[in-house]
Each structure stands twice: as structure tokens, then as C-alpha cells.
Design a protein around this ligand. Structure first.
Ligand code: AGP
Length: 608
């Protein structure tokens, strides 16, 4: 996620901005920049790459002097990492500078409007529209102007704005993206997160959505959209710096698990228009889709588990044959590919060596490649014919959670898009599924509100030696991911099995007390799952069941039941994985494992 810092006071702003941005590096970024007012103009220095590159640029004669400014570390969403796409972005005259964290969902419409008014764009970013829109609406009062701007903007944002004409002011506002105000002695701050300002002050305002901040050296005023001043309570931070980097969470993994409602919403919302799915600027026409004879889904690890769900969805909705192959096997498997083959590559990092090599092999054999990637401008993104980004933001914990759930979301979007184009489901059915899809983030949030029950169950099982995950249909593919989560962060041996397959051998391993996690969210397979649970219980196994709310019959068979909010079975996978992520997390914590950096693992496996 991007990082924002703003400063106004008596000290030189640039060093404070840079040091603040360093404290936000954990948020992940690919470029950085600062804008400082030097008593006559707003000076901007920005660069692709790490903060030290920006520092070198600054010390090489670009030193910025001035006591008011804003800074930014960019996690690319729209527009690959580059100097010109880095923030701050400025109005044409350079009098206004803006930093932004989030996604302007209607930026294309706003860009068209501004171009029609004679504005010219220099970057590929969504953020640049905010700089020109601010210029367009500027009436001498920055608060009025920003209220006008945010009434036109749709999406998520944390914004910091400075203007040459208003040297004593920084204006800021947030919606969905984090932003706080730091209250100093004759100096004040804005920041995306507490670590950036903790060395200067522990007194902050926690901002609510659409509260507009007027930051001055001597005071801070906060307004609602009617320009009525709001009185805020001062919150005193008692975290140490390390805790603050995780925004108060104990680990990045639990922070990222809890970010899922937002990032799933961020991944869905920009792709829904007038009751249909749009896949950004991906040109996949009806003719293209009708011409596809086979789809390969290629990925590794967690991403391959998302691919399994994608297979189920595309085959069910679009009726196109799909084969999921792990990248390390695909590249040496002499795959049968021709110009009618579509290859979908899934990767969080966009740099996994096996996946990148498989992508190149597929293209060499004539396939069209659509990739689902989280890191904008990554190698896999750049080498694909088309990219559908997951807007999960940087995933710091080695164990993937929010990237997985947004990959699932992306596969729903792709399957629905293809089905509508092919006509295998009606427009009404598409609209119905879209309505269910839009409810998913709130249902995920509901599960997260009850995570203590999962923590309790994990406290009873963290010493287990073997755990099995079973399911049927979609639940089987989610069981694979639940099993991987547990083993990779708790080092407990675990396996996922098709529930119907257990009796063909593996059930021999079930002994008294062996934990079996049974996923039973697919209504049409519920009775079959009950039978499988009985088979396990008959051998002395201990069963944790995951079921939809209301299916209380399962309590007669299972030892412990975790319910997910009622959901269309086709969409259950994004919900079913949440308790399994939490179970793995709490087991790992109980065992005292290194949750965020488990042994032997790397966040991105860039070697074969
Ligand atoms: C997931 O928890 C693991 N960290 C690992 O399986 C990961 O999903 C796999 O290495 C693929 O990484 P990618 O999505 O960045 O390509």
C-alpha cells in the first residue's frame, strides 16, 4: 500500500518527510517522491526505486528547502513503476501537488472530462486526475476545492494536497485508505500510519472517511463535507515502533487477514459496470472467447489453489475446458498448446521463477497469456498479453492470505465475464451473481468479528502432529489452501483430500484424536459430507466442520463447527478460507513459530 507523510512547522520539511517515509517502507513500494514549498514555489523531486535513490537525487543538488511539504512511497496500481508515475503529481502550472493512496475507480471518466477542458496528462496514473481536478475547481479556498473534488471522485483514497498560493496550509482527506493527523508543538503532520510520525508526537487524530483536514503550523481544523468544523478526540499512541509498523497487529499475517474485506472490495468494484463485468482494458471479445478450445491455468502454491477454484468456476459458468498445472510441471511437460489455447497465469509477486518460465514456454508455443498478478509492473505482468491486477496491496507475510482471496475474486470476475460473453448464462443470472459477489466483503468481515472462537479451537490443537482437510467440489480446492496454510506456518504435517477419496486408502491414517477439518459449504454435497464425517468419527477422528449458517444438523456429527454466513455455494470459497487462515495463524502463534517469516520459505521464489 502507498505511504503518505506531510509536515508543516518550523523545521526543514524534506528530512522529516524522508525519515517518515522510511518508517512506511514495510508497506511495500516501488517509487517515492516529495514536494516542498520553498517560499516561492512547490518543488518536486521523485524517483522510481528505493528511498535511497530519492535521497541521492535530493543530495545531488536537488536539495529542497522549505518548512511545508508532502511525501509519498508508491505501491503501483495504475501505471507501471517509473519516475513520471511516481507521486507527488502536480497541476500543469506546478502550483498544486498531490499524493494519494488508494484507487480512483472513475479516473477514466474524470480524465476524459479534464482533457475536454484542455488539461494534458503526463502520467499513466489514476492519481494525476486529482491534481488537475483540484486545479479545475480551485477557487482560492483549498477546503472548498477539496470538498468539490471528493464529491466527484469515486473509489478509495487518502490524499495530501499543497498549493503554492496557500503556503501555510496542507489539506488532507481519506476514504477507505488510512490517514492520521499528528499533533506537534507548533508543527503538525499527516501520515498513512503511526510509525511515520511516532518520533515527533504520540498525539494523533484518527480520521473518519471524508473528514477534510486543514493542517497549519499553529492548529489543525477538521471539517465535514458541509464545511462544518468537527471536534476530534486526541488519541495518544502507546505503541512501540515495531508494533506500530503492523498498525498495532501482532503480525503482518493477521493484519493482512483482516484487510481482506477492503481488498476484496477494491478488486471487485472497479470491474462492475451497469450489471456486467468489465476486465479493465483487457480486450477479450465474444469471438475471442468463442474461439478458445482450452484454458490452462498455471501457478505455484497458493496461487495454484486459486487456480483450482478458477477451473471449477470457468467450467461451470462458461463451459470451457480448463486444466490447472503447477508451473514447475507445465514447463517440462510438453504441453499441447495452439493459438486457440488461453493460458491464465496467477502470481502474487509476479516474479516466481517457475511461473515466469512456464509463461514464456506457453507464449513460445503460441498461447495468449492473461495473468492475474498483485504487483503492478512485475515481470509476469509485463510479459503477459493481458493483466488483471488484484488490488491486495503489498503482502508482507510469507504465507499468502489477502492475495489468495483477491485471486479467487479475480477468477470469479473472469469466469462471469467469459460466461456472459459466451451467453452460457443470462444477463439476469450475471446480475444476480454480481449482487451476491458484492456482499462478500461484508460477510468476510462478519467472520473476522468472531475470530476468537477459532483462536479457542486452535489453542486445543496446536500440539497435533497430523491434520487432514477434506471437502467436495469447491470445498476440496479450498481444503488444499487450508492445508498449505497450516503446514507452512506451524510446521504440522497436513494433507488435503477429496472427501470421497479418503476411504480409498488415507482413512487408514485416522486414529483416535486425529483432527480432520471437514468443509461442508456446498449444499448439494452436504449429505455426502455428513457421511464422510461419520466415517472419520467411526475411526476415532476429531472433526472440525466448516458449514453455512443454519445447517445445524452438522453439529450432531462434528465435534466443533465454525459457521460462515449464508452464501451462494458458488461464491463460498472466499468465505470458507477465512476460518482456515485464522486457524493456521493461531496454531502458529500458539506454537511460538515465526508467523510472518516461516523457516525455509521465501515470499517470492525467484529461483527454480
Ligand atoms: C503461499 O502461502 C506461499 N507463500 C507460496 O505457495 C506462494 O503462493 C507461491 O510461492 C507462489 O507465489 P506467487 O503467487 O508470488 O507466484
Amino acid at each position: 500500500m502507498c505511504g503518505i507523510v506531510g509536515y508543516i512547522g518550523d523545521q526543514q520539511a524534506a528530512p522529516i518527510l524522508i525519515e517518515g517515509l522510511k518508517k512506511l517502507e514495510y508497506r511495500g513500494y516501488d517509487s517515492a517522491g516529495v514536494a516542498v514549498y520553498d517560499n516561492s514555489q512547490v518543488n518536486v523531486v521523485k524517483a522510481k526505486g528505493r528511498l535511497k535513490i530519492l535521497e541521492e537525487k535530493l543530495s545531488n543538488g536537488n536539495n529542497l528547502f522549505g518548512t511545508m511539504g508532502i511525501g509519498h512511497t508508491r505501491w503501483a496500481t495504475h501505471g507501471a513503476p517509473s519516475d513520471i508515475n511516481s507521486h507527488p503529481h502536480t497541476s500543469a502550472s506546478g502550483s498544486i501537488a498531490v499524493v494519494h493512496n488508494g484507487i480512483i475507480e472513475n479516473y477514466l471518466k474524470l480524465k476524459e472530462f479534464l482533457i475536454s477542458k484542455g488539461y494534458q496528462f503526463v502520467s499513466d496514473t489514476d492519481t494525476e486526475v486529482v491534481a488537475h481536478l483540484t486545479d479545475y475547481y480551485y477557487n482560492g479556498d483549498l477546503i472548498d476545492t477539496i470538498i468539490e473534488v471528493i464529491n466527484k471522485v469515486e473509489g478509495s483514497y487518502a490524499l495530501g494536497i499543497i498549493c503554492k498560493d496557500k503556503p501555510d496550509e496542507i489539506v488532507a482527506v481519506r476514504k477507505d485508505s488510512p490517514l492520521i493527523v499528528g499533533l506537534g508543538e507548533n508543527e503538525n503532520f499527516i501520515a498513512s500510519d503511526i510509525p511515520a510520525i511516532l518520533e515527533h508526537t504520540r498525539n494523533i487524530y484518527l480520521l473518519e472517511d471524508k473528514e477534510v483536514v486543514l493542517l497549519r503550523k499553529k492548529d489543525v481544523k477538521i471539517f465535514n463535507l458541509n464545511k462544518e468544523e468537527i471536534k476530534k478526540e486526541v488519541f495518544t499512541v502507546n505503541w512501540d515502533v515495531t508494533a506500530a509498523e503492523k498498525s498495532g497487529y501482532d503480525h503482518f499475517m493477521i493484519k493482512e487477514i483482516c484487510e481482506q474485506p477492503k481488498v476484496i472490495r477494491d478488486t471487485i468494484n472497479p470491474r462492475i459496470e451497469n450489471g456486467s463485468i468489465v476486465l479493465d482494458n483487457i480486450e477479450l471479445t465474444k469471438e475471442d472467447i468463442d474461439d478458445i478450445s482450452k484454458i490452462y491455468v498455471i501457478a505455484c502454491g497458493t496461487a495454484s489453489h486459486a487456480g483450482m477454484v478458477g477451473k471449477y468456476l470457468i467450467e461451470k459458468l462458461a463451459r470451457i475446458p480448463v486444466e490447472v498445472v503447477v508451473a514447475s510441471e507445465f514447463r517440462y511437460g510438453n504441453p499441447i498448446i495452439d493459438e486457440r489455447t488461453l493460458v491464465i497465469v496467477i502470481s502474487q509477486s509476479g516474479e516466481t521463477a517457475d511461473t515466469l518460465a512456464a509463461l514464456r514456454e506457453a507464449k513460445k508455443r503460441g498461447a495468449r497469456v492473461l495473468s492475474v498478478v498483485n504487483v503492478v509492473g512485475s515481470s509476469i505482468a509485463r510479459e503477459s498479453n493481458d493483466v488483471l491486477y488484484t488490488w491486495a496491496g503489498p503482502e508482507i507475510a510469507v504465507a499468502s492470505t489477502k492475495a489468495y482471496s483477491t485471486q479467487l475474486t479475480a477468477m470469479y470476475l473472469i469466469a462471469l465475464y467469459m460466461a456472459e460473453k459466451k451467453g452460457t448464462i443470462s444477463k439476469q443470472e450475471v446480475e444476480g451473481i454480481i449482487e451476491y459477489l458484492k456482499q462478500i466483503p461484508d460477510k468476510v468481515a462478519n467472520i473476522l468479528e468472531n475470530k476468537e472462537r477459532i483462536q479457542y479451537f486452535a489453542s486445543k490443537h496446536y500440539m497435533d502432529k497430523h491434520v487432514f482437510f477434506i471437502g467436495r467440489g469447491l470445498d476440496y480446492f479450498v481444503a488444499m489452501e487450508g492445508s498449505l496454510k497450516l503446514k507452512e506456518i506451524s510446521y504440522i504435517h497436513s494433507e488435503a483430500y477429496a472427501a470421497g477419496e479418503l476411504k480409498h486408502g488415507t482413512i487408514a491414517l485416522i486414529e483416535d484424536g486425529t483432527l480432520v477439518v471437514a468443509l461442508a459449504t456446498q449444499e448439494h454435497l452436504f449429505d455426502k459430507m455428513l457421511s464422510n464425517i461419520k466415517e472419520v468419527k467411526a475411526r476415532g477422528g476429531m472433526v472440525l466442520a466448516i458449514a453455512q449458517e443454519g445447517n445445524t444438523e452438522i453439529e450432531k456429527e462434528a465435534d466443533f463447527v465454525l459457521y460462515i454466513p449464508r452464501v451462494e455455494p458458488l461464491l463460498s470459497s472466499v468465505l470458507t478460507i477465512i476460518p482456515l487462515q485464522l486457524f493456521a495463524y493461531y496454531v502458529s502463534v500458539a506454537k511460538g513459530c515465526d508467523v510472518d517469516k516461516p523457516r525455509n520459505l521465501a515470499k517470492s521464489v525467484t529461483v527454480e
